[in-house]
Design a protein around this ligand. Structure first.
Ligand code: GCU
Length: 619
């Protein structure tokens, strides 16, 4: 940004002109943050009365009828037909659906209000308002002034609060949240998961000096493809971004106390490429998830993070982790705590979900079908759980729309920016089961290019389409998108959506792509506790038979098969699953049911993974 633009923006900010989002703050758990989590007051507003007048024209910013303005009548003759009151409160973070029966199926607008006092640490500091996620659209107002808006239900965003808006006492933060689905949203109208609405992740005030560390990305230098990274004189590279071009030359110091390492970089740029050598390091891996504290400091700011050094690549039709082939013993997970019928968001939730995966002998989780809370990827770093992270370009997105592409790319950008320092994340997925067309393949190819441009250190994939008619008993993954992904992934339900599990005995799989092949979904439904013969649908015995037949078939997979993430760890809520005996609004493909009970199939997959752990990939 040049000086002139900066002055114009400052002038506009001074006049209280609200702005769209500020560049995303990263490594937020390690910044100077004040939590606004807790009880927020709310108004349910299905007719958008707080946003439009009775002619359905958007209310002007200072219109007293607007729900972002004061709900206090100035005198007893005043007519005020809205208001916030403690008796109407919701917990933040948290979807609204599980907090009161009136919200279970609610799709519409809810206005949230939080009042708070805030005294800046230093007069000259900047203050940001940061949201971990809001599903689906948020319009944010502070003290009656609009700070901005955000679309996208699963990625963080933030706004800088102009000094002339923030008060030391009695700030009124109002957020209009709308989770109505639209054809041109990402995801679109049709999803096989519950449309949980609300401020679903934490809200923070973050204070930064005038010049601060906006973001940084450091990783092992990519050596020759297929090589084992050296742990002696390990070469590290990356970049550090300040929030602006420093007035004078800025000194940035990178230190890693445990390694007795410190190096100074002098810069006059906003973004500075860095590289350095570490005399001796331990690599991060699932078996040894070694993390180092990295400290980035400038004259006015210090930012720390826990970084794992490892390499990941698709090479010679295998996935190499630290230069050695790794087989992904995965499981797909929705961001949900089924016992409470709610979105997961906390560290305790992440511990519960990743513990279930560990119990299944997994070394990988597919976080479906959208970026999960940052607690999940940070915990995966410490537990040594590999992660597939995905944006909800799901099924029938409008691939012909440039606006929709921009929404998808923005969510991809936010996902990668938030987690690019997470060693556990090995795959960025740009979508799931999208119908093949030229527009779709171009749309997804552009997303793949964007992901690679942001991060050349990880694999990019998507759940591709399968050609079931390529030949007798041969199913081929020849989706044109396979040309552009690093990891050829596909979903198959042979024996659930296609006939019965005995079909697995005569079916084989192939792909024309000389790349690693990954089964991103396979699964069958069962109602926990329903027992019958194995031919009876929704019985635990049918699901167990499915896994047995699938596992026998997988022993015939081609040698570039590198793993799987069966669908799905636990039963989850879906408005599409309405069998009154076995589903009742739940997708029952879980290996755990919605109460945390293990079904018979759990033990079959658990043993299969144990066997792989002990003896390597099945032959
Ligand atoms: C699809 C889809 C999942 C869905 C699953 C199912 O593969 O990717 O989101 O839940 O099938 O039908 O259960």
């Amino acid at each position: 940004m040049n000086k002139k633009t900066g002055i114009i923006i400052l002038l506009l900010l001074y006049c209280g002109v609200s702005f769209a989002q500020a560049p995303l703050l990263t490594d937020v758990p390690n910044r100077r943050a004040t939590s606004l989590d807790g009880k927020w007051q709310y108004i349910i507003d299905p007719y958008e009365t707080g946003f439009y007048d009775y002619r359905y024209k958007e209310l002007s910013e200072n219109n007293p009828a607007a729900y972002w303005n004061s709900d206090e009548p100035k005198n007893k003759t005043d007519l005020v037909e809205f208001g916030y009151n403690d008796k109407y409160s919701l917990s933040v973070p948290g979807d609204w659906n599980h907090q009161d029966r009136q919200f279970v199926y609610y799709e519409g607008t809810v206005w949230y209000k939080k009042s708070f006092d805030y005294k800046k640490r230093a007069k000259n500091d900047k203050v940001f308002l940061y949201f971990g996620a809001v599903n689906y659209r948020a319009d944010v107002y502070l003290n009656g002034k609009k700070l901005g808006a955000h679309e996208g239900g699963f990625t963080p965003f933030d706004f800088e609060i102009p000094d002339n808006i923030l008060k030391e006492k009695n700030n009124h933060l109002i957020v209009r949240v709308n989770n109505v689905r639209h054809k041109d949203d990402v995801p679109t109208l049709n999803t096989d998961w519950w449309n949980y609405g609300g401020i679903t992740r934490s809200v923070l005030l973050i204070e930064e000096p005038q010049t601060y560390v906006q973001d940084f990305f450091i990783h092992l230098k990519k050596e020759k493809p297929g090589s084992i990274p050296s742990t002696k004189n390990a070469e590290v590279e990356g970049w550090i971004a300040l929030n602006k071009i420093p007035e004078n030359a800025e000194s940035i110091t990178v230190s890693i106390p445990e390694l007795n390492f410190k190096k100074q970089f002098i810069t006059t740029a906003q973004k500075t490429n860095i590289n350095f050598t570490l005399p001796k390091i331990k690599l991060w891996s699932p078996e040894n998830p070694k993390l180092y504290e990295v400290i980035i400091s400038t004259k006015t700011d210090t930012l720390k993070d826990k970084i794992g050094f490892r390499t990941i690549e698709a090479y010679n039709k295998q996935i190499l982790l630290n230069g050695k082939p790794v087989f992904l013993r995965g499981i797909a997970i929705h961001e949900e705590i089924p016992q409470d019928v709610r979105r997961a968001w906390s560290k305790e939730d992440a511990e519960y979900l990743l513990h279930q995966a560990k119990e299944l002998n997994c070394n990988m989780v597919r976080l479906a079908h959208y970026p999960h809370d940052e607690t999940m990827t940070r915990l995966a770093d410490s537990l040594g759980m590999l992660v597939w992270s995905e944006i909800p370009v799901y099924w029938t997105i409008d691939f012909s729309s440039k606006d929709v592409y921009q929404k998808a790319e923005t969510q991809l950008h936010e996902m990668i920016t938030r987690d690019h320092n997470r060693a556990s994340v090995i795959v960025w997925s740009v979508g799931n089961e999208t119908p093949v067309s030229e527009a779709r393949t171009n749309f997804m190819h552009s997303l793949i290019n964007h992901a690679h441009s942001l991060d050349s250190t990880r694999m990019v994939s998507a759940a591709l389409e399968v050609n079931y008619n390529s030949g007798k008993n041969i199913n081929e993954i020849d989706d044109p998108l396979g040309q552009y992904v690093d990891l050829v992934s596909f979903n198959e339900y042979l024996g659930w959506y296609g006939g019965t599990p005995d079909k697995c005995r005569t079916t084989n799989w192939t792909t024309p792509y000389e790349k690693p092949l990954f089964i991103s979904e396979t699964g069958a439904g069962a109602k926990y506790g329903f027992h019958a013969d194995s031919l009876t649908r929704f019985s635990e015995e049918y699901q167990a038979w499915y896994y047995k037949e699938q596992i026998n078939m997988l022993r015939r997979m081609p040698n570039n098969w590198v793993g799987m993430s069966p669908w799905i760890m636990a039963d989850f809520r879906s408005p599409k699953r309405n069998n009154p005996l076995y589903q009742e609004g739940w997708n029952r493909k879980g290996l755990y049911d919605d109460k945390g009970n293990k079904k018979k199939a759990f033990y079959i997959l658990q043993n299969f993974y144990k066997d792989i752990q002990l003896h390597g990939k099945p032959q």
